[in-house]
Design a protein around this ligand. Sequence first.
Ligand SMILES: [Fe+2]
Length: 218
Amino acid sequence: MMFRMRLAAATVLAVLIAGCAGTTAVTPSASPVATSTVTATTAPTASSATATQATTAAISCTAPAQPLVELTEGPYYKANPPQNATLRTAGVAGTPLTLTGYVVSTSCQPIAGAKLDFWQADGNGNYDNSGYTLRGWQLTDANGAYRLETVIPGLYPGRTEHIHFKVTVNGKTYTSQLFFPGVSQNEGDSIYSSRMLVTLNTSTSPVTGTFTFVVNTA
Ligand SMILES: [Fe+2]
């Protein structure tokens, strides 16, 4: 009960903050734990028809949730990336993508202050191995939410589209990759996991995606 009350209060606060920022406010679901996947974006209301930013509506999580699948780090991680949630900068190739969601426990409790470290190729499948373009980390906010401004990564030999990440909770780091639905190269990629697919809405600009990072904190 206490968790429900806290989450409800946090959700109301998040909606208020979103409203102040001019983004689309979404009515939260009645239950803090969604029993099915919740669409993260909604059609803009008449009063916010120009809003194109994704608004995370609710936590897409059903307890007990399966923790994320840990996958290889790959060869292109660079240590000491900057703290930066906006990886998309002018001139970077690729379709703009806004990815939002939460870091949660297997009981679907949001985790504030979780560290999310992302790195990826640009839309042409190229990594910046000399600098830190498309590399950066962020902390989840008080509601356990994150927001990543980036591009959809391109293909490179042997790999389907993917975004690498490390998520750190309570000093333990989990490394894996996110994938994109409808990419024909997914099934031929030995690293691919369908459990790590983002939910994508390509009708928005930028394209919006959601993913819930489930971490086993037990
Ligand atoms: Fe990669």
